[in-house]
Design a protein around this ligand. Structure first.
Ligand code: DX5
Ligand code: ZN
Length: 210
C-alpha cells in the first residue's frame, strides 16, 4: 500500500511539516483544502498553496473539501498535482468536473463521506482514476476511524473486480498502526499519526510494516 501524508495536524508550521514529509519515503503529500462551506473550517488561499508547493519534490494528492470544485482547478493545476479528488456531495456538475481535471492532464478522484453510499459512484467509476473513501467525517485531522468503512471498501472492491475497472482505492481518516491492520487498499492517508510525532519516518515505517 502506498502512503500519503496529510500535514493538517502537526506540531510545526505548514512549511516545516511539508519539508519534513518531503524528507521521508512517503509516496505522496496529501493536500487537504477546505473552503469553510462544504466543511466548517477554511484552511487555504490559493496563493498559499502555490507558494507552499512551488517546486515540491513529492507527488501531490489534492483532496478538495469545497463546494464548486471546478473553480479551483485552473489555479491548482499550476502546482502539477498527480491527483485532484473532489467530493461527490459537493457539486451537481460531476461529469464536467471530471472533464476539467482530466483536460489538465491530472488524474481525477471522487471522494465519498462516511454516510454516502458506494452506489452513488456507479455512473462515474469507469471515468475516474481513484475513489477516496472517507473513514471519518471530512473537516478535521485526529478523528477516530469509523469501522463500517471496511464493508464499504469490500463492496467497492467487488464492483471494481466484477466490472474490470482500474480505479485505485484510497482511504482517509483515523489511520494509525492499529487501524491499518484491517486495510488492504491502494493508498492510505495518514495525518496526525505521522505529523503529531517527532520522527515522521519512524511512523511511516510502522504503517508500512503492518
Ligand atoms: C480529514 C482530512 C484527512 C485528515 C487525516 O478531513 O481529509 O486527510 O487530515 O488526518 P488523520 O490521519 O489525523 O485522521
Ligand atoms: Zn484528506
Amino acid at each position: 500500500m502506498k502512503i500519503a501524508v496529510s500535514y493538517l495536524a502537526s506540531y510545526y508550521s505548514k512549511e516545516k511539516t511539508i519539508s519534513l514529509i518531503n524528507r521521508t519515503d512517503a509516496d505522496f503529500i496529501h493536500v487537504d483544502l477546505m473552503d469553510g462551506g462544504f466543511v466548517p473550517r477554511k484552511n487555504f488561499l490559493i496563493e498559499d498553496v502555490g507558494r507552499l508547493f512551488k517546486n515540491n519534490e513529492k507527488s501531490l494528492d489534492i483532496h478538495l473539501m469545497v463546494f464548486d470544485p471546478i473553480i479551483y482547478i485552473n489555479d491548482l493545476a499550476r502546482i502539477k498535482p498527480e491527483y485532484i479528488t473532489f467530493h461527490i456531495e459537493a457539486t451537481k456538475e460531476i461529469v464536467k468536473t471530471i472533464e476539467v481535471i482530466k483536460a489538465k492532464g491530472i488524474k481525477v478522484g471522487i471522494a465519498i463521506k462516511p454516510a454516502t453510499s458506494i452506489l452513488e459512484l456507479m455512473p462515474y467509476l469507469s471515468f475516474i482514476d481513484m475513489v477516496l473513501v472517507m473513514s471519518v467525517e471530512p473537516g478535521e485531522g485526529g478523528q477516530t476511524f469509523i469501522p463500517s468503512t471496511l464493508s464499504k471498501i469490500e463492496e467497492l472492491k467487488k464492483i471494481r473486480e466484477n466490472n474490470n475497472l482500474s480505479f485505485l482505492i484510497e482511504v482517509d481518516g483515523g489511520i494509525n498502526k492499529a487501524t491499518i491492520k484491517d486495510l488492504n487498499v491502494d493508498i492510505v492517508v495518514s495525518g496526525s499519526f505521522v505529523c503529531k510525532s517527532k520522527n515522521y519516518q519512524e511512523k511511516i515505517n510502522e504503517l508500512k510494516s503492518k
